[in-house]
Write a protein that binds this ligand. Sequence first.
Ligand SMILES: *[C@@H]1O[C@H](CO)[C@@H](O)[C@H](O)[C@H]1NC(C)=O
Length: 322
Amino acid sequence: MAEPSLARLSALFFGFLLLLATYSWVPGLHSGYLSGTGVRKTLGPDPKLRVDHSSAKPHHPLDPLTVQEIERVRAILLDHEPGFGSGSATIHSMALDEPDKKRVVKWKKGNRLPSRRAEVLALSSGQSHVIIVDLDSGRVVSDVVNPTSGYPILTMDDLIVASQVALKSIEFNRSVEARGVKLSDLVALPTFTGWFGPEEEGRRILKVQCFTSQDTPNYFMRPIEGLYATVDMDKLEVIKIVDKGMVPIPKAAGTEYRYNVQNKPVHMDRINPISIEQPEGPSFLVEDGHLVKWANWVFHVKADHRAGMIISQATEKINEMT
Ligand SMILES: *[C@@H]1O[C@H](CO)[C@@H](O)[C@H](O)[C@H]1NC(C)=O
């Protein structure tokens, strides 16, 4: 499995990356206008409108960490705990530690920003850490170990490692082969975190599920039910292999979704044209990266790794004209 499945796993995550990339294009979402036809076609983001984030500066107390700030947090953490450099400590998430609401409300454009802080969730020697890094002083201002139950979110490395660990078990391999599935067709993916029983309390566990990619590009349509492994992510060992006996594997027929491979004649009933236009351009304006002005509204918007989109300080201009 090692090589091909890693490639597949990466394919999965390209999806995520694409999503992320889309975020960075948001200011450029409106596409080119094709003169003469009167039809605006979806041409994708205009490269001219792409934002170069590498030198972005924060303009507002709630602005997310910039690329440069993230790099700086990383450097500060390396000083704090060398394990971050050697791989024995891992960063699982990093985001702005938002300043006190009162300070945000008082802040006016042109004022100095409240001190910029990052909240980092990390794992080190099997312990969860919530680390607050102050970017102005360049120091770790707090490092709390295991503040609650649970664990930081998974990293890409976790996912790759979990499937590799499962394949270290000869019993797991045999269970796969007993189903007539070649190991070269096996896709073993850790699709679940969770609680898997009292004997696993206090351990960081992933459940690895199996699929076969035989004769299909869409292995999610061919799950190998009744077989899974639970893996201890800190000890890197298989805890349990559950084999509930043979469950028929869905056939590959009909799972091909790639139009170019299906070789079918292109046929679609005629549909009426549609035209959606804003001939004078959009009505919104994005200022300083995150401040949106639209109609009577002004609000701060940012993407958050947990909440998705966060809208803050939404205000309506009332009776400005009177
Ligand atoms: C299980 O199969 C995989 C894929 O063929 C192989 O890399 C791995 O070494 C096998 N595990 C054992 C314990 O033989």
